[in-house]
Design a protein around this ligand. Structure first.
Ligand code: SF4
Ligand code: SF4
Length: 143
């Protein structure tokens, strides 16, 4: 199973179509909607966490593209607020990619953004809310 966060931009022509429910039916994907909004021009933007086999996620994204939906990975858009992080280490056990790791012997908690796939698992486990999902960075919602 693979989990990853994507930003989807729906053109106004397809906004009333059951595209997301087709993803579930056709590609056996589960998802969580993290954010949904309608832009001024009547375009829709959604931030979704997909859960499913990698091959199905790939097919689902191809389907979205066929329907005219722009899909961008949130990878690179998870950030750590170093002022909030108090190095408790709770996130290191849950991070599947090693992006969050313990450095020995000083036991510092390191965050390597290059290894982060934006799965989002660290966000709810951090007691300090130091791990943040950002819509800035390389995701341009107006593109
Ligand atoms: S769980 Fe939060 S506070 Fe604890 S080390 Fe990880 S980022 Fe820092
Ligand atoms: S740092 Fe957080 S969002 Fe990035 S891979 Fe690890 S658990 Fe997932």
């Amino acid at each position: 199973m693979n989990t990853r966060i994507y930003v989807l931009k729906f053109p106004k022509e397809v906004i009333d179509q059951p595209i997301i429910s087709n993803l579930v039916k056709k590609y056996d994907l589960e998802f969580n909607i993290l954010k949904a909004t309608i832009l001024l021009q009547q375009e829709g933007v959604m931030v979704l966490e997909f859960l499913g086999h990698k091959a199905n996620v790939k097919k689902g994204i191809a389907y979205l593209n066929e329907m005219g939906v722009t899909v961008k990975s949130m990878a690179g858009n998870i950030h750590r607020d170093d002022e909030k992080c108090y190095q408790c280490g709770a996130c290191t056990g849950i991070c599947p990619t090693g992006a969050l790791s313990l450095h020995r012997p000083d036991m510092a908690v390191l965050f390597d953004e290059a290894k982060c796939t934006a799965c989002g698992l660290c966000v709810p486990v951090c007691p300090a809310r130091a791990m943040e999902v950002s819509l800035n960075g390389n995701v341009d919602l107006a593109a």
